[in-house]
Design a protein around this ligand. Sequence first.
Ligand SMILES: Cc1cc2nc3c(=O)[nH]c(=O)nc-3n(C[C@H](O)[C@H](O)[C@H](O)COP(=O)(O)OP(=O)(O)OC[C@H]3O[C@@H](n4cnc5c(N)ncnc54)[C@H](O)[C@@H]3O)c2cc1C
Length: 419
Amino acid sequence: MTHTFDTVIVGAGIFGTTAAVELARRGQRIALLDPGPIPHPLAASTDISKVVRLEYGADLEYMVLMESARTEWLRWNEELGAELYHETGVVLVTRATMAPGEYEYESFELLIERGHRPERLDVDEIARRFPAWRPGAYSDGFYHAMGGYAESGRVVASLVDRARQLGVALYPGQTVDRVLGDETRVTGAATREGESFAAGQVLIAAGAWTPILVPELTSVMRVTGHPVFHLQPTASELFHPPHFAVFTADITRSGWYGFPMHPVGRTSRHAMRRGVDAERSYQAAGYSIDGVVKVANHGIGQELHPMRDERVVTEHDVANLRTFLRDALPSLADAPVTYTRRCLYCDTLDGDFLIDRHPDREGLFVASGGSGHGFKFAPILGQLAADVVLDQPNPHLAKFRWRDIPPDKTGKEGARYQG
Ligand SMILES: Cc1cc2nc3c(=O)[nH]c(=O)nc-3n(C[C@H](O)[C@H](O)[C@H](O)COP(=O)(O)OP(=O)(O)OC[C@H]3O[C@@H](n4cnc5c(N)ncnc54)[C@H](O)[C@@H]3O)c2cc1C
């Protein structure tokens, strides 16, 4: 059977759902396809939390974009009728004194330049304000009140509700395996399940699966897996804001970052009310996300194929986590690890997203390449994608254009640990 739309969106992660909402708002007939239930439990976006921060080292454009996104996050809290963005503040600590050229120093300086008010920390202030940290482990850094985390799986679920209200046709259980048309023009998409979708425009927003659907991108994208851990703290009073905030711990040298205790009572009430399969899947498997402290590593990761390779967190990963915790957050060092996940980044070789039209095939578009830092931009991603699809000018699209990237390029996202 053939269904007809203006635009078919392939993938219902954060890039796809925000694009669907925005394009539907602008009057388009949209189909949103995903192999899984939506949100898909394997999507990078489907998680309990993602960091929202303005700090991007010396990269002014990301900070400017995040200033807008953060304002929108606050508006979304009102509009979506639930606090899905928690402004707990962010703490960026360093072992040695922050120095020019480094992520934390450059972020701090740029924040000041732009009129923000980060609060410089020293060894005593860290101990006084954030008692979970081992005294003396970190000697410098800053706290910035404008930042925190978003409950990402719930955000996607809410956007899906909104998309439905705006008339977007949702097709869970549909795995696109072919973009239809010829080498110069697309005419739709066909799925492994035997459905065809006719459309003048196809937007590929398939996260780590993007280079499989658009093989021309395999030279500029790679898929890497990164460990995520949930811990159940015993000294839980230490992990609540304001005594604990979203943190990065000398992140460009270690990759470690984490979150305050996850709110209690989210799983069951929310999963039942809104049908969040990913949250239900935690429950079904006997995990609770109530009160967990999530810690993860924003590093090199492990190159993986999204369909062929198993996604496992190894004993070695857990041992690295324990080493970090013993040194930095000792009361968590022996806390039970209640859940682990190896989550896939769709990395571009330079670390910037890719939101653009295909250079040769008319009607084909890509919104992907989140590179381990895309979620925080959720409130502005839809506008970027919709402007590309509708050929509207947007000054920020130049950064995310379709581009050749030399194979030896190192990603330049400020916070990433490069090994
Ligand atoms: C461990 C981890 C931690 C992260 N932490 C942060 C953070 O703290 N802050 C931050 O800002 N960002 C963070 N990110 C990055 C952020 O999660 C991603 O940039 C963003 O979620 C990517 O969204 P997406 O829509 O591109 O991909 P996904 O969310 O992966 O969505 C892609 C969708 O495409 C679907 N799909 C796949 N193949 C097909 C097909 N053939 N047909 C149809 N649909 C298909 C998939 O099922 C999936 O639902 C993190 C990522 C990971 C993995």
